[in-house]
Ligand binder design. Structure first.
Ligand code: UDB
Ligand code: ZN
Length: 184
């Protein structure tokens, strides 16, 4: 199973390198990696396993974070209505988004960033994502709320973008145009 030791930290070149498209149909190796990524995120939310293996409670993970420069993400998160969004995806792509933006009022963190970096991270409030799931099926997702935030954070990782790249350097908590804070 993956542990925090498998997660590279800020400063590692893999986090700033645009990841390569996964050739489909995916190889057994790529499927194995993607399944392990989703397993990690699920395990990290299990108090016993998190405690036992020292896992930070994650809600998403991108392949560059385990030093695999391929366009693969795993997300396991509940929205504010308690609906579970659990996905292991190849080549996710944001094909459209709202003008309206949203942000987590407490700012964002990252499994690859050990220190707190304060500030609002502007995200699109709603996005439409296409991808191929681990079983090879093409899917289209319309997302809002926390799931939309997580998908944008993970897809950023595939493009070598870190959450703090989006924070206003002059005033980290400056009001964001056309944005609403998420009530998480
Ligand atoms: C880095 C860490 C703090 C562990 C973060 N978890 C998180 O934000 N949990 C959370 C947030 C809420 F708003 C409500 C709630 F119920 C739980 C996380 O997993 N990630 C995943 C990551 O680093 N992927 O690369 C960072 C998140 C910041 C915004 C989306 C993903
Ligand atoms: Zn991250």
């Amino acid at each position: 199973m993956l542990t925090m030791d498998d997660i590279v930290r800020d400063g590692h070149p893999s986090l700033r390198k645009p990841a390569d498209e996964v050739i489909l149909p995916a190889s057994d190796e790529d499927k194995e990696i993607l399944n392990k990524m989703l397993e990690f995120v699920k395990n990290s939310q299990n108090p016993e396993l998190a405690e036992k293996f020292g896992l930070r409670p994650g809600i998403g993970l991108a392949a560059p974070q385990i030093n695999v420069s391929k366009r693969m993400i795993a997300v396991h998160v509940h929205d504010d209505k308690g609906n579970l969004y659990s996905y292991a995806l190849f080549n996710p792509k944001i094909i459209s988004h709202s003008i309206e933006r949203a942000y987590l009022p407490g700012g964002e963190g990252c499994l690859s960033v050990d220190e707190q970096i304060p500030g609002y991270v502007p995200r699109y409030a709603r996005i439409t994502v296409t991808a191929t799931n681990v079983d090879g099926e093409k899917i289209k997702l319309r997302l809002k709320g926390l799931p939309a935030i997580v998908f944008q954070h993970e897809i950023d990782h595939l493009n070598g973008v870190m959450f703090y790249d989006h924070i206003n350097k002059e005033d980290p908590f400056a009001e964001i145009q056309d944005a609403n804070p998420l009530s998480n």
